[in-house]
Design a protein around this ligand. Structure first.
Ligand code: SF4
Length: 236
């Protein structure tokens, strides 16, 4: 099956990859979106294929109000009908972050209970996850594959090969609205306490957990340490 999947989609990216994936895995594929700085590109592609596609938005309870507003606006603008908002388990918050300050004490554990655990639960029942990560964001994303199998689930990254220029060009070509914080210096946008203005096309995630050494929240990591990626011969 792995070989079949990789050969079937080899050389495809963007909407040419997204379209067949959504058609080949009806009801079994979910998009994960933060409705952040560049999210409109993947969401627009999804809307062009199937507006009812399941799209999971993780409301950590720590988002900028601008992100929540942008989410509502994009849903309406793109006609998305499959957006599901998930949240951390109230019991985890009560037992581990009753004061809402865990991010200052142990950011990895805060991400674990506010992001990783609820997302793991939400993705049960899906065989395919789709996200909008790009190689140009660097660090662990620099070697991102378009397709990988992690924890038995097919992970699809249609925008892996997109540059900052590609993102900007797509936004302009389709007249997509920008996240309001991008206009005041935020290049990458996550939870409010852990995001500062800054970043550039050369280092887009510089404003995320700035100065802490942390670069990822962990939702994209494998649980069992095994990730099967596209064989070199099949890569785009
Ligand atoms: S990004 Fe910050 S506030 Fe959000 S879940 Fe992670 S540590 Fe907590």
């Amino acid at each position: 099956m792995d070989k079949f999947i990789f050969e079937s989609y080899a050389g495809l990216e963007g909407q040419q990859l997204l379209g067949p994936i959504l058609r080949d895995f009806p009801g079994r594929a979910a998009v994960v979106s933060s409705f952040g700085a560049e999210s409109a590109v993947l969401l627009h592609m999804v809307s062009e294929v199937d507006k009812a596609t399941p799209i999971i938005f993780l409301d950590t309870g720590k988002h900028f109000w601008e992100t929540l507003s942008y989410r509502a606006m994009l849903i309406d603008r793109l006609g998305l009908t499959g957006v599901r908002t998930i949240a951390p388990d109230p019991a985890d918050l009560a037992s581990q972050d009753a004061e809402g300050k865990l991010h200052t004490l142990n950011a990895d554990q805060c991400c674990h209970i506010r992001k990783t655990l609820p997302l793991q639960k939400a993705l049960e029942g899906y065989d395919v996850t789709i996200s909008g990560r790009k190689r140009y964001h660097g660090a662990a994303r620099a070697t991102l594959d378009f397709l990988a199998i992690t924890d038995g689930r097919l992970k699809v990254e249609p925008l892996a090969g997109f540059s900052a220029l590609d993102i900007g060009a797509y936004m302009s070509a389709h007249d997509l609205p920008a996240h309001p914080l991008t206009g005041i210096g935020y290049f990458s946008i996550g939870c409010e306490p852990c995001t500062t203005p800054g970043g550039s096309a050369a280092d887009p995630r510089a404003g995320r957990w700035a100065g802490s050494g942390k670069t990822e929240c962990g939702i994209h990591w494998s649980h069992n340490g095994e990730t099967i990626t596209v064989p070199a011969a099949a890569r785009h």
